[in-house]
Design a protein around this ligand. Structure first.
Ligand code: BGC
Length: 806
């Protein structure tokens, strides 16, 4: 909770600054230096005008900071799909304030978030990182996020502008999309966040209708800056600027990262030779200065940097908020015989590798490193019932780092330690910046060293994962001393998922061994540190069949079986799209086998985006927990035992099978992906076809029942009365749709109400004018005629309606 905020603290600096006077003090070279990153994450300071080093960092689920390292931990909140499942802008805004607090703690002025591209196809690799298939819901939640973060004096850059809804060939792909569809679907959330006052926007890698987005003057200068009046900073996606004049004239203000890149001296020459007007450069600099001013990075006295000193507010309890948001996002899809919440249970069979090592976030630039992760196993073990754990199936293709205190040694050519850092696991990552106490000129190698005590005797697997020259040692044995080469054509994707070399070692239970992995010839990419490698490990395994058999035995002998089924890092990540929606490995088979052994089986789906559930009819309950963030375990225990209600409603329609989805394919043909389906993505597409999904947009059961009692509608507002007819307190997301002949049904408003048993609530939902409008080519046109205003529990569960004429 924020207390005692003054208005300056809330909205950043409002006092007048004469930006032009500051700009006039700068020579051309200095101005241009400001427009390319000084390094991976920051802009060059200019002390003579009071401009501090302006620091940017990835979100959206936390603030990673400059090091991309577990040595610099950050809070990890639930995935954006989870946030969206709360349908609660107020809660999202509180998350934003927590993120601002994190940003200021870490000296960050600009949070590179939120991601407001749309769920066009469930194969999109960053689906988990976006909110919804619905542009209106995305815009409302995006705006709440932006407002929350910026209230803490930290800028946001809603991204990726625009039509970056899949990953395949993202640097080169051309999205073919009509102006009408852009306006009504893909640009709509961006328009909403700009109108909410976003201080930044990030341009995407892809092209739209033949022009790459960093050069797209029509959309960036025309629509974003002129038409919407955006006065903030347009920052490129990382390495997305690939030209000098076209990008400079196309509206992108800052090319990240740096210090190299296609601007610098080339842009200076273009200005001197009259190819780029200096006024264009000045406008970009003005935007940098305005953002710096807003975030406290501009001030002669230097007292107002992002060190938290000048904008403190009562500290938000991040752990409590992470747990609350997770529970509020959990979406109860099915609950036969009200199996949940669990009552009178004395033993729980907890099954699944993700129950012990939860998947708390998706992969890629959205990754952060929390200093604690509470697994479902730990969370449930805090409760009274006896928990009996079995792995059942482990879908991970890569060996996990060992979670044990690890020393990272930075060594010179003679093997002398230049610096030493403590890490929570055998994984090294410093991207962009090495720790400040490391002398990069002398750095020759980095070594991870830890003591591992086996919990079982037998054949343990160890792996060296990384690209470059490595030495892997377990005990006295050197298992690997060789060079692993980079394969594949997307360096980013390969570096995020580097190749693994595996070895078997026989160890005895309880007898500790020293393990180490040394990377030689530590590399730098364009002058930036790139340390990314891991020492993986897996316990002796009795074999996959036996793992399933053991889980079945445990389930059969327990009061209830809870199977946590998950996707993996290889499935949901930036850098590539998904190939299918299947749960990886033998998890489907495991769930069916457990359900046969125990009819009281709850499946906890731990995935950021849709998965097929071929066992849906066989199990009693399905609880979708998304990527739940660091407090996964306590939140799951809260919901399973009924201390908290699963408050989520689907922000995206859940298919039975991939091939049923209105849009499936995300693979470019001849370099292009046509958005031929128009605005009919998600539920708007599903409504036009015969096959029904498994669960519709808006679905989610909660733990109580609701009746919809009355609805009154006018053009501008709808008043809906609902009653909690169940036996416990609960929250309801009242969803308001419009429908019209030939145009289907679309979301026009929503509100979250809370009632005790037997209580009623009346909510008035305002209908934005845009809900009745269409893009007419040169402006918005209100479509007159008859509409049905509907209120319901999902897009397919309409409880009340009224007709209005516009
Ligand atoms: C991603 C952005 C991210 C940037 C910096 C890019 O690859 O697309 O979302 O902010 O990297 O990490």
């Amino acid at each position: 909770m924020i207390t005692n905020l003054s208005s300056t603290q809330l909205v950043g600096h409002t006092g007048g600054v004469d930006f032009d006077a500051l700009i006039s003090k700068l020579d051309l070279a200095t101005k241009i230096r400001l427009l390319t990153g000084a390094d991976m994450w920051s802009l060059t300071p200019v002390p003579e005008i009071g401009l501090h080093r302006l620091v940017m960092s990835d979100g959206p689920i936390g603030v990673r900071g400059e090091q991309w390292s577990s040595a610099d931990p950050s809070m990890a909140l639930p995935s954006p799909t989870a946030l969206a499942a709360t349908w609660d802008p107020g809660l999202v805004r509180r998350v934003g304030r927590l993120l601002a607090q994190e940003a200021r703690r870490k000296g960050v002025h600009v949070l590179l978030a939120p991601t407001i591209n749309l769920h066009r196809s469930p194969l999109g690799g960053r689906h988990f990182e976006c909110f919804s298939e619905d542009p209106y819901l995305t815009g409302e939640l995006g705006a709440a996020y932006v407002e929350g973060v910026q209230e803490g004096g930290v800028a946001t850059t809603p991204k990726h502008f625009v039509a970056n809804d899949f990953e395949t060939d993202r640097f080169t792909v051309d999205v073919k999309v009509s102006g009408k569809v852009l306006r009504e679907a893909y640009l709509r959330p961006f328009e909403r966040v700009v109108r909410a006052g976003a201080w930044g926007i990030m341009t995407a890698y892809n092209s739209v209708n033949g022009t790459t987005m960093t050069e797209h003057s029509e959309l960036v200068n025309g629509v974003l800056k002129q038409e919407w009046g955006f006065d903030g900073l347009v920052v490129s996606d990382w390495t997305a600027v690939r030209s000098t004049e076209p990008a400079a004239l196309g509206g992108t203000d800052v090319a990240m990262p740096g210090p190299f890149g296609p601007w610098g001296e080339k842009l200076e020459a273009a200005v001197r030779e009259g190819r780029v007007p200096e006024s264009v450069i000045d406008d970009k600099v003005r935007r940098v200065l305005r953002l710096a001013h807003r975030t406290g990075a501009l001030g002669e006295d230097g007292a107002d940097g992002a060190d938290g000193a000048s904008r403190t507010y009562a500290e938000i309890d991040g752990i409590a908020l992470a747990r609350e948001v997770a529970a509020r996002s959990f979406t109860l899809l099915k609950n036969e015989g009200n199996l949940l919440p669990l009552t009178g249970v004395s033993s729980v069979a907890l099954i699944g590798s993700a129950a012990r090592e939860a998947r708390i976030m998706g992969g890629g630039s959205a990754q952060v490193f929390p200093d604690r992760i509470v697994s479902p196993l730990e969370g449930l073990r805090q409760r009274e019932a006896e928990v009996r754990y079995a792995v059942g199936a482990d879908p991970r293709l890569r060996l996990a780092p060992i979670s044990t205190p690890t020393r990272a040694l930075f060594l010179d050519a003679e093997g002398e330690a230049l610096a030493e850092h403590e890490l929570p696991a055998t994984e090294a990552r410093w991207v962009g910046q090495a720790p400040a106490d490391v002398d990069l000129d002398r750095l020759a190698a980095v070594e991870l060293r830890a003591t591992y005590t086996p919990s079982a005797s037998g054949e343990h697997l160890f792996a060296a994962a990384g690209v470059g020259r490595y030495t892997l040692t377990v005990g006295d044995d050197v298992l690997y001393d060789d060079t692993t080469v980079l394969e594949g054509d997307d360096p980013a994707a390969v570096l995020l998922h580097p190749p693994e070399k595996r070895f078997t070692v026989t160890l005895a239970e309880g007898e500790p061994v020293t393990v180490s992995l040394r990377q030689h010839e530590v590399s730098a990419f364009n002058g930036m540190t790139l340390i990314m490698f891991a020492l993986g490990h897996a316990d002796p395994s009795p074999g996959e069949d036996e793992l399933i058999a053991e889980a079945v035995r445990v389930a059969a002998g327990s009061d209830v079986a809870v199977v946590v089924a998950s996707t993996t890092l290889e499935v949901e990540s930036e850098g590539f799209d998904r190939k299918d929606l299947k749960l990886p490995g033998r998890q489907d088979e495991l769930i069916s086998a457990v359900a046969r052994a125990n009819p009281r089986t709850v499946v906890v789906v731990n995935a950021g985006s849709p998965v097929e559930m071929p066992w849906l009819e066989e199990v009693a309950a399905v609880l979708l927990v998304w990527f739940p963030g660091q407090e996964a375990g306590p939140a799951l225990a809260d919901v399973l035992y009924g201390d908290a209600e699963p408050g989520g409603r689907l922000p995206t329609t859940w298919p039975v099978r991939l091939e049923d989805c209105p849009v499936v394919d995300v693979t470019p043909v001849d370099g292009a992906v046509p958005y031929d389906e128009g605005v009919f993505i998600g539920y708007r597409g599903w409504q036009r076809q015969q096959t029904a999904p498994a669960f519709w947009f808006g679905h989610g059961l909660g733990y109580t029942e609701w009746s919809y009692d009355a609805l009154e509608a006018s053009q501008g507002a709808v008043t809906v009365s609902v009653t909690n007819t169940g036996t416990r307190r609960g929250r309801e997301v009242v969803q308001v749709y419009l429908s019209a002949p030939e145009r289907g049904r679309w979301l026009a408003g929503f509100d979250v109400v809370e009632c005790g048993p037997g209580e009623s609530a009346v909510t008035t939902v305002f209908l934005p004018e845009r809900a009745f409008q269409e893009w007419a080519g040169d402006g918005w046109r209100t479509v007159t005629g008859d509409y049905t205003v509907e209120a319901g529990r999902s897009v397919a569960d309409i409880r009340l309606s009224a007709n209005i004429t516009i």
